[in-house]
Design a protein around this ligand. Structure first.
Ligand code: ARG
Length: 468
């Protein structure tokens, strides 16, 4: 097209000056982010209000203009919140949608709001504010789930169940101990989100397009107004950094991985073969053909959700990999991933909390399973070491022979007679039977962090205090 081509009426009003025509319809479709970044409207308006107040305080804009801007922004906010706002795809993103509407409402001063600012630092600040909120929401959700596990642990601090390695019966443990294992995992998740939040709590606003600005802005003022600890220290990094989103996604992935592990345990435990727990009707579904069925659908979905969250994490890493400084439009691909991952995590935490609150442990099944599978074989070996002073390797061998004997007889270790025991090692006395019971077994695991009910109760008390 020649330079004399008349400007199309649809050339963008924000930068149309050097453009002859508006974008191709397909360009608009691939370029626009308003379909998803409208979720940032509150943060966008919050950031603009802080920016405007600073422009007035520094004398860059007049108080009169800024008053109009801040009032106008509140009107836009209430329109969006009331559902009376028309988001326009030709205005590309939330930033331009808000500004264009502001112009309709207050006229000329709206055009001054973008002084000493760029959409690059604007989107960086909006998105940080949003992700920061999600860290808080994740922490709240995690704490609720921790409390649900704590309640389960407290109810069954001394209930015995099999502990597994390789999903094979290993040693008896307590129900409370198993529940508290998840409290530990979630405690780490909580600290990961808190830690990421701390690191991301710096304001990129005022980095402008990439180089800072020649206007005498006050970045500390906007940082404080938006609840940030300080302004970011390098303008290039400020507009090109998405570490905060990656950290959020990474923490979310680890947390979702923990949820998937308990989800898998619930699927196994609620089966007719295990019957360790009964899930409530609120978290299960029936089958249209098999009337006996109660399917652990919520648990199965939670087992799967990590796929989405980890997928989002990999997607954003892939977007960011190899991007030259500073902002590139590639980075617009950050938001949908984080939105979806965050929604998925919050829903997952809420669902898991409900399931854990509502589930009923079957104490008898747990106890019966704990006593089977020669679960106290280690206790027997330890007794041989302690009482007969056998080297552990020899004790292990003697015990293995006794397990084989019991297996051949079709009974468990405590069902062997003393004579049968003595035929394997003559030094064994009737005292051995005291360690073959599962209750004694768990009570004896008194090492710090061990499964003894006393230890479990100490950990419950510690976490209750920490969660106060
Ligand atoms: N919608 C854009 C995004 O989400 C906003 C920043 C655009 N900046 C620019 N120079 N095109 O990343």
């Amino acid at each position: 097209m020649s330079d004399t081509t008349p400007k199309s009426a649809t050339a963008n009003q924000m930068w149309g000056g050097r453009f002859a025509t508006g974008p191709d319809a397909i360009m608009q479709a691939i370029n626009a982010s308003i379909g998803f970044d409208k979720r940032l409207y509150a943060q966008d308006i919050q950031g603009s209000r802080a920016h405007a107040a600073m422009l007035a305080a520094t004398g860059i804009l007049t108080n009169k203009d800024v008053e109009a801007i801040r009032e106008g922004l509140l009107t836009v906010l209430s329109e969006i919140e009331a559902g009376n706002f028309t988001f326009k795809v030709e205005l590309e993103d939330i930033h331009m949608n808000v500004e264009a509407r502001l112009k309709e409402i207050i006229g000329e001063p709206a055009g001054r709001l973008h002084t000493a600012r760029s959409r690059n630092d604007q989107v960086a600040v909006d998105f940080r504010l949003w992700v920061r909120d999600q860290c808080d929401a994740a922490i709240t959700g995690i704490e609720a789930l921790m409390r649900a596990f704590l309640a389960q642990a407290e109810a069954g601090a001394d209930w015995v169940m099999p502990g597994f390695t390789h999903l094979q019966t290993a040693q008896p443990v307590t129900w409370g101990h198993h529940m508290m294992a998840y409290v530990e995992m979630l405690g780490r998740d909580r600290s990961r989100f808190a830690d990421a939040r701390k690191r991301m709590n710096e304001s990129p606003l005022g980095a402008a397009a990439l180089a800072g600005t020649s206007f005498p802005i006050d970045r500390q003022m906007t940082a404080t107004a938006l609840g940030f600890d300080r302004p970011t220290a390098n303008s290039l990094d400020s507009v090109s950094d998405r570490d905060f989103a990656l950290e959020f996604l990474s923490a979310a992935s680890i947390c979702a991985m923990h949820l998937s592990r308990f989800a898998e345990e619930l699927v196994i435990w609620s089966s007719a073969q295990f019957r360790f727990v009964r899930l409530s009707d609120r978290w299960t579904t029936g089958s249209s053909i098999m009337p006996q069925k109660k399917n652990p659908d919520a648990a199965e979905l939670l087992r799967a959700k990590l796929g989405r969250i980890l997928g989002a994490t990999v997607a954003l890493f892939t977007v960011m990999k190899g991007l030259p400084l500073t902002y590139s439009k590639d980075m617009q691909e950050d938001k949908e991933q984080v939105f979806d991952a965050s929604d998925t995590l919050m829903l997952g935490l809420a669902a898991m909390t409900g399931m854990v609150q509502d589930m009923t442990a079957n104490r008898d099944s747990l106890a019966a399973a704990a006593a089977s599978g020669f679960s106290t074989a280690t206790d027997l070996a330890d007794w041989l070491v302690r009482t007969l002073n056998l080297p552990f390797r020899d004790a292990h061998h003697v015990t293995g022979t006794l397990v084989a004997k019991a297996e051949a007889k079709g009974c468990d270790l405590p069902d062997l007679t003393l004579a049968e025991m003595q035929s394997v090692h003559p030094g064994i006395t009737a005292d051995v039977f005291t360690v073959l019971g599962v209750e004694n077994s768990v009570r004896s695991r008194m090492s710090y962090g061990g499964t003894a009910p006393e230890q479990v109760r100490a950990q419950i008390a510690r976490w209750k205090e920490l969660l106060k």
